[in-house]
Design a protein around this ligand. Structure first.
Ligand SMILES: [Zn+2]
Length: 331
């Protein structure tokens, strides 16, 4: 049996584990993401790799490599974080592959966090047996991964497939990226919370409906509240959710027109309220766009859950060494 180490680096936590060649997690550990400098993160990564290797007691040749997924724009070929994310401090221009290769003598693969989720789902999850899969992660932001013809689309240097920054409204609100009207401004958890906050602050009657607390504590409001208030019949919350569904549907139609996928897989915290959200997106999408492209596309939730990033990071050595992705078949 062969094994690989997978590490999923997020803004608040780092999940790491040993995964076998069927994609099964053998050991898993979760750490808080250091909020200092890149050196504190790199030191933690080294410790994680050392601890996992020690605990496993396997022979060196059984460990075939280390795969990492991290937020940010990644130069996959050189294994470098080019431009990181506001959620991880000092995570820019970090040559992870070079640094960790020297320490471990193992093949290192590093890719964007949503690219590795897309890879895991396409190899082992909901997208199995599909070569053309789009994956969207609706969390703090909206991340995207595109697999086309069995290959991850990265563009010239790894910055491609920034699907959260597809513009769905030319006159829309300002986005963190500096542009405006991006999908992320409507369909991310942060975007939905911001839309709701604006409505609460602008409308006196909303305060009288029991939301007055958030008028004074707007920063405590999140997308979970928006869904709860919608279920309770609040009109403003219903508008925010409907707006997110509409923006997501328009965005997905543009993605389908561009990439002609067979599947669009959705994941992330915004979906925790249930399948009805995806159902609404699906029924909206088929009324929009070019019917021959849009109608056959399966729009559904991912299957591997919260560990998809860890599994996707870990399977990279098998996928990329000699194109051995066939060995990953779970059946
Ligand atoms: Zn943007």
């Amino acid at each position: 049996m062969e094994y690989a180490i997978g590490i999923d680096i997020g803004g608040t936590k780092i999940s790491a584990g040993i995964v076998d060649q069927s994609g099964e997690i053998i050991t898993k550990k979760v750490f808080s993401t250091p909020q200092g400098t890149r050196d504190s993160i790199l030191l933690l990564l080294e410790n994680i790799i050392f601890t996992l290797t020690e605990s496993a007691h396997f022979e060196n040749k059984q460990l075939i490599g280390i795969g990492i997924g991290t937020a940010g724009q990644i130069d996959f070929v050189h294994g470098k974080v080019l431009s990181g994310t506001a959620n991880i401090k000092d995570w820019n221009d970090v040559a992870i592959k070079k640094i960790l290769s020297e320490k471990t003598n193992l093949p290192i693969y590093i890719d964007n966090d949503v690219n590795v989720i897309a890879l895991a789902e396409q190899q082992l999850g909901a997208g199995k047996n599909n070569d053309d899969v789009i994956c969207l992660a609706l969390g703090t932001g909206v991340g995207g991964g595109v697999i086309s013809g069995g290959k991850i689309i990265r563009g010239a240097w790894g910055g491609g497939a920034e699907l959260g920054h597809i513009v769905v409204d030319m006159n829309g609100p300002a986005c963190n990226c500096g542009f405006n009207g991006c999908l992320e401004t409507y369909a991310s958890g942060t975007g939905m919370a911001r839309r709701m906050r604006e409505k609460i602050l602008a409308d006196e009657s909303i305060g009288n409906n029991g939301l007055v607390y958030y008028k004074h504590h707007p920063d405590e409001l999140n997308s979970k509240h928006v869904f709860e208030w919608m279920q309770a019949g609040n009109e403003a919350a219903t508008e925010v959710v409907e707006e997110a569904i509409r923006a997501l549907s328009y965005g997905i139609v543009s993605m389908i027109h561009t990439f002609n996928p067979t599947m669009v897989l959705l994941t992330g915290g915004v979906l925790q309220d249930g399948d009805w959200f995806i159902e609404k997106v699906r029924s909206k999408v088929i009324t929009l766009g070019i019917p021959s492209l849009v109608k056959p596309v399966a729009i559904q939730a991912t299957q591997l859950g919260g560990d998809a990033g860890l599994i996707g990071a870990a399977i990279q050595p098998w996928v990329y060494q000699d194109n051995r992705n066939v060995s990953l078949d779970r059946s």
